[in-house]
Design a protein around this ligand. Structure first.
Ligand SMILES: [Zn+2]
Length: 339
């Protein structure tokens, strides 16, 4: 976390100043006066309550469409497989094994790589975003993304990132199973495993989001960006006690669609209990005007205590949480297809 300008960091904030995937700005709640200073994006003067900003106004409770399903035990098995590789920071042999694992589950699907060398404070590293493309009948693309690299500074601590890195990798693999071989009557859906999300030293605008910063620029240059109707990001979505944040850096109308999807599936109690600004892989796209929503739970253990610690392990996760987020993503895509 970047210290608010002109304000001395408290020890509490100092602890949080370490590398942070999705920046844990929620702790600012403990220092309510610091709220605005902690919001790195343009944000409202006061924290917004969900009830005043996000109402599922267009919800049609009579919608007869079948509700989506996913195989939650298979999704959980993916997390176990991924965690079994061990720490998976950029540039590591385990990372390479995971790349192969992901692509081996995408046989028969058009896959594109965005591979490049990133300059970081710890030197040069290969970074590889992986994109699986499921074409639709409608002009436009919905991207569903999540990072697969794990925290670099913790690489020698036994840190396996079951939730932070593992859960997002796994849910995308399960979504690929659901999309594979089916005709899409709607927008194209691209599944994006992002890389280099984590800072290598200390989170900053230049030490973080290596993969998505590169990809957003590439897609802006080649014209892909303007075809993207929605960028849906998942991160840390496996916590058995699932509380998806209402992210103040995300696009309000798209957050609203996510809430509609969650409500239709009866999952609204897991969504948007609090509003906080989150820095995550959606930011490069937000900055380029792409409607984006980050589905993230930054309340991982009491006061987010497991985040970026060797305690981020499988036993904290639940297949049910993967199922909730997977189904909400699919329902969100269905709602977007109709808009
Ligand atoms: Zn992280």
């Amino acid at each position: 976390m970047q210290a608010p300008k002109g304000r001395k960091q408290t020890p509490h904030l100092q602890i949080l100043a370490g590398p942070c995937a999705a920046r844990m700005l929620a702790t600012c709640l403990a220092l309510s006066f610091a709220w605005i200073a902690c919001a790195r994006q343009k944000s409202p003067d006061t924290p917004q309550t969900v009830s005043s900003t996000l109402l599922p106004a267009t919800m049609n409770s009579d919608d007869p469409a079948p509700k989506p399903s996913i195989n939650s035990s298979r999704a959980m098995q993916y997390v176990r497989d991924v965690v079994a590789f061990g720490p998976r920071p950029i540039g590591s042999p385990n990372h390479k094994k995971l790349e192969t694992y992901i692509t081996s589950h995408l046989k028969g699907v058009p896959v594109e790589d965005d591979a490049f060398i990133a300059e970081t404070p710890e030197g040069k590293f290969p970074v590889r975003n992986i994109v699986a493309e499921f074409p639709g009948t409608r002009d436009g693309i919905i991207v569903i993304a999540g990072h697969y690299d794990t925290n670099y500074p913790l690489r020698n601590t036994g840190y396996v990132g079951a939730n932070d890195g593992g859960s997002s990798t796994a849910i995308l693999l399960e979504l690929a199973n659901q999309l594979r071989g089916k005709k899409r009557d709607g927008y194209s859906v691209w599944l994006l495993w992002t890389d280099g999300e984590e800072a290598v030293k200390q989170w900053s605008a230049t030490d973080s989001l290596y993969g998505t910063r590169h990809l957003a620029e590439k897609w802006q240059k080649d014209g892909t960006l303007k075809k993207i109707k929605a960028f849906l990001l998942t991160d840390m979505i496996g916590d058995a006690d699932l509380n998806i944040e209402q992210d103040m850096n995300s696009t309000p109308w798209l957050e609203n669609v996510v809430l509609q999807a969650a409500t239709r599936l009866g999952y609204q109690s897991h969504f948007f209990g609090r509003s906080i600004p989150v820095e995550d892989d959606h930011l490069p796209f937000v900055h380029m005007g792409v409607p984006s929503a980050d589905l993230i739970d930054l309340d991982y253990g009491y006061n987010n205590v497991f985040h970026h610690t060797p305690q981020d392990t499988l036993d904290k996760l639940s297949p049910q949480s993967l199922e909730i987020v997977g189904r909400v993503l699919m329902e969100t895509v269905r709602l977007l297809d109709k808009m």
